[in-house]
Design a protein around this ligand. Structure first.
Ligand code: NDP
Length: 339
């Protein structure tokens, strides 16, 4: 085991909009933050540095970019901005944490880092069906050019205007996304693997009453065409009872089968709900004093870049307040405020 260079004031785990904003505020408060950014990522659900925005295309709802900005570009700009104020990076994944006492310990393989304050910003990942067509376009799929896991992010793009779209899933997210998409699409078909929805009754009613929403019951999307054309032209549906295959024309497929918070690392260390989302107080405290949390790993409700960034700012301000209170000391957790 190797030990990194001394005690850090603040370590930020994760590097999406929440982590970068936390780093920006912490760096400008002279806390000299160290960010462990998630590394290169593996596959579609493990996005690595930059998080979920690195697998979207155009972001039109982040304030300050009247003409929109590509997701990966926005993340690169955030990274440049925090580097300019002195944030240091470890380009890797955290493999273990110990938050049982201060200073907190964070491992990257065999190297252990120690910190007075930790900001958790590990985000969440959309669940995917696992078919090739979901891969990003540079890997031969249709991700980013018609296949998306976020209607709020991508639904208003011109390629979906007045076109027929599919939404996969039967929960509240699927209904909400379908409803949102009806503002742009000519028709939205919800493809669900069973014959009844999981969504809350009020959301179901909303969907049933919307004349632009149709349903494909007992159906699974097993393929999406046409990667050769680099756009979505149809989806192949399989009846989950009879196995029958049908093809449905559409210009986009939105996968809304749930998200998974990236919180496995914190099991047994931080309180989380039954779905793995970290429990956070309104002021971004976790169950461990001195560990703050921001972004999608604690938010299953809003899940937007801007709300993640806002909570990242709050986490850094809380870190600054705590460190100012301690001065040169490292108080035991029992002596920290906010018990
Ligand atoms: P859920 O887990 O509630 O629903 C996921 C849906 O996707 C289910 O219908 C499930 O089918 C289906 N599904 C899961 N895996 C697959 C798969 N591999 N292939 C096909 N279908 C699949 O996730 P949501 O994101 O919808 O909601 C998460 C939480 O957020 C919930 O608590 C929800 O209430 C909340 N929420 C609230 C909103 C609101 O109040 N406005 C809006 C959005 C979310 P099956 O039913 O067969 O399991």
């Amino acid at each position: 085991m190797s030990v990194s260079n001394g005690l850090e004031k603040v370590i930020i785990i994760g590097s999406g909009p929440a982590g970068y904003t936390a780093a920006l505020y912490a760096a400008r408060a002279n806390l000299n933050p160290l960010m462990i950014d998630g590394g290169v990522g593996v596959g579609q659900s493990m996005q690595g540095a930059g998080g979920q925005l690195t697998i979207t295309t155009e972001v039109e709802n982040y304030p300050g970019f009247p003409n929109g900005i590509m997701g990966p570009e926005l993340m690169m700009q955030m990274r440049e901005q925090v580097a300019r104020f002195g944030t240091r990076f470890v380009e890797d994944l955290v493999t273990k944490v110990d938050f049982s006492e201060r200073p907190f310990k964070i491992w990257v393989e065999d190297t252990v880092y120690t910190a007075q304050v930790v900001i958790v910003a590990t985000g969440a990942a959309a669940k995917w069906l696992g078919i090739d067509a979901e891969k990003p376009i540079w890997e031969g799929g249709l991700g980013g050019v018609g296949v998306s896991a976020c209607a709020t992010c991508d639904g208003a793009l011109p390629l979906f205007r007045n076109k027929e779209l599919l939404v996969v899933g039967g929960g509240d997210t699927a209904i909400e996304e379908a409803h949102y998409l009806t503002h742009f699409a000519s028709k939205v078909t919800i493809v669900h693997r069973r014959d009844s929805l999981r969504a809350s009754k009020i959301m179901q009613q909303r969907a049933f009453e919307n004349p632009k929403i149709a349903f494909a019951w007992n159906s699974a999307v097993v393929d999406i065409k046409d990667p050769n054309a680099k756009r979505v032209t149809s989806a192949v549906l399989q009846n989950t009872i009879t196995g029958e295959l049908t093809e449905q024309e559409c210009a986009g497929v939105f996968i809304a089968i749930g998200h998974r918070p990236n919180s496995d690392l914190f099991k047994g260390q931080l309180d989380m709900d039954e779905n793995g989302y970290l429990k956070a107080h309104r002021d971004v405290r976790t169950s461990v004093p001195g560990v703050f949390v921001c972004g999608d790993v604690q938010d299953h409700e809003y899940r937007q870049a801007i709300t993640a960034a806002g909570s990242g700012c709050m986490a850094a301000i809380q870190a600054e307040r705590l460190l100012a209170l301690e001065g040169d000391l490292i108080l035991p957790m029992s002596d920290l405020p906010w018990q």
